[in-house]
Design a protein around this ligand. Sequence first.
Ligand code: GLA
Length: 676
Amino acid sequence: MRSRRSNSDVRPTFDHPGIGFGCDYNPEQWSPEVWTEDVQLMREAGVDLVAINIFGWSHIEPRRGEFDFANLDTIITMLHNNGIRVNLGTGTASAPAWLTTEHPEILPMVEDGTTRYHGGRQAWCPSSPVFREHARALVEQVAKRYGQHPAVALWHVSNELGCHNALCYDETSAAAFRTWLQQRYGTLDALNAAWGTSFWSQRYSAWDEISTPKLTLSTPNPSQVIDFHRFSSDEILDYYRLETSIIRQHSSVPVTTNFMVTAHIKNQDYWSWVDDMDVIANDHYLDHRLDNPRLELSFAADVTRGLAQNNPWLLMESATSAVNWQPHNIAKTPGEMMRNSIAHVARGADAVCFFQWRASVQGSEKYHSALLPHAGSDSDLWREVLELSHTLDSLDEVAGTTVISEVAFIFSWESWWAADGKNRPSTSVRYLEQVHAAYWAAQSLGLTVTMVPPGSDLSGFRLVIVPTLYMVTDAEAAAINDFVHNGGHALITFYSGIVDQDDRVRTGGYPGAFRNLLGIRSEEFAPLLPEHVVTLSNGWRGSLWTEHLRVTTATAVETYVDGPVAGAPAVTRNSFGAGEAWYLSTALNEQSYDQLLGTIVQRANVRPSHPAADGMLEIVRRADASRSFLFVINHNTHQTQVSASGFELTTGNRVDGTLTVPAGAVRVVREDSTHE
Ligand code: GLA
């Protein structure tokens, strides 16, 4: 597998032969006899990358300063002797009871000022110097002991950093927040201006008056909240850097940690992490609370690929079947684990790993699926695991290739935090839902998109999709302007370009940052009640949002025929330099959205990844300079055919012109000629 870094970069690269297949392994929960069986079954299943010591702290340091590595030594040796590479956890994810008993001040505080205690996990304040000191001592021991061990292929810092404890409101965090603010603003005057503290008598006259945004009687200061998100994300990243710097003193093996993009960790701006990661790794679980869990999987995989800057990445955790933490934990249907896994590989994953190896029988995750279920190896699930392993083996030659796309898609954690803040025009307009809606439309049209952060250089793409980019800096807006001016096409959707980096409204008419680019001016928002549906001049249906919009230089492509702004433009198109910028001022239903994007795509001359692709037939191409692989994932309950020629890797059959994909199956064709 190729590193995501350039040749000039000296960071270690994660080299893994082919597509990896692995899992988290928690041998602390089992006796040594079980370990022997585990390793034997891992071999049978072709598992080649195993994450251990993720929650190992209380085992390897049972009392302060007393280290016991006997069991970990044994496990690492067993794995190594069986040709299984180790993804070694630093063990710091969950502080042991002796530490929180001795130092209760490291426990995290939530928004209402109450403390959270030992007994769950991640019960530590990210800013706590005491926690950091103890974690540092542990990492030092682990890195020193195993830094040169031939089994160790990858370092796994902590676990899902910030999953539970990202926002800590205690006095230690408040002090660190103040330091962060001093660095950002320099003076109190600058902070007061950025936060708009003249409002509601919130003005600060000394740094010590500033705290974390704990629960207030009315709504808190929104700019303070955004800065607290930024600070908290930076603080966790800083912690990651601390562990990494210790590992680097003892090991040249690449270092990573598992992200959780995007449904479950909202509090990390992962764009800011990219330069610190040797290889990007993500955990993904289907979330059945969402409208379309499967499409969210593809979305998350594409965001992860974006973070990897279109280089291969690792799926560090996923579930073979049900999880245990949703209200209704839906088991996967036959073939679903295969489709889910291959969807990640199609979008750039060079390893598919699972939480966890053997299903726990105790603890709060005992009803979470695993590679080896409670039923044991005489089970359909185990047989599916073997089949998946076999399929991944057949795809080994795909490793290292990347995904081709002509469409950029801007995703922003800052806009997510800000757009979903309190006291907004409509609580029914939620950032991620609007982003998903735009993504679904792209999927339905068979478009593969590349996720980029705001401010990216977009040259090289034909089209950029900009959903609800609520918070945008001047420079970020300029990057989109430049792209269109130079001949690119853009679709910008409502509630974009409204505020600057301080959450300060851009005046003179909405959408302030994009008014000129779009050739429109909106005087007032006119959001809709959730059940209200409006009709557009061509029959399309919209909901949630309308606005008092008029065109300045744009063309009104569609207008509203009813609703609060009947007669006003609903969809506009503006020629800007050599390109075109479209504005969508309402939440279109799926069918209408598909049609709108279809029109834009045609005008932008964007080609779908494959003519047959749609929401139910996922077709993605991975390629490098000399080879291309067509991934086809058939989510339909019927067989389907797509045009392709080459060698089909999962069955070993030649394909001449027509590829038949059975219902629910996956196929990957090494194409005869390189895709242009
Ligand atoms: C996360 C964690 C794992 C486990 C799984 C369960 O991904 O990293 O330790 O708790 O969730 O889905």
